[in-house]
Design a protein around this ligand. Structure first.
Ligand SMILES: [Zn+2]
Length: 129
């Protein structure tokens, strides 16, 4: 069973991937990261290429979610089959850049990196309009 903090953050990211029609990784338990307080796992693509992800449980919950979001974003852009170069799509600038994961107080949100507008809490993305 995946460790609790990582599992709950992963649930939010998997929700956002599914809601937006992005590829969804197979999440495999793995203790590859042995940094104290770390929880880690492997994301696998359909061709079984793996990418390690981890969170630092010493950080706030919002920071843990944003940290995982950065890595899942990297997976979608670099390793997912099919690759999606722009995830999650910024509703204001759909052709220019993906949104950025930001920990803001107690919440982790997807924001436009340019306007800084908060579009959605991570884990609550809606399908693109
Ligand atoms: Zn934008």
């Amino acid at each position: 069973m995946m460790r609790a903090h990582l599992a709950s953050a992963m649930t939010l990211l998997l929700h956002d991937l599914k809601k937006t029609g992005a590829p969804v990784p197979l999440v495999e338990e793995s203790d590859w990261q042995d940094y104290p307080g770390a929880e880690s796992a492997m994301l696998r693509s359909s061709d079984f290429t793996g990418m390690g992800v981890w969170i630092d449980t010493g950080a706030s919950e919002a920071a843990q979610i944003a940290m995982l979001a950065d890595q899942v974003q990297e997976w979608v852009v670099e390793l997912a089959e099919p690759r999606v170069t722009n995830w999650p799509q910024c509703p204001e600038h759909p052709k220019n850049h993906p949104m950025a994961a930001v920990a803001n107080g107690n919440t982790a949100t997807w924001v436009c990196p340019k306007s800084k507008r908060q579009v959605s809490e991570i884990g609550q993305l809606a399908p693109p309009a």
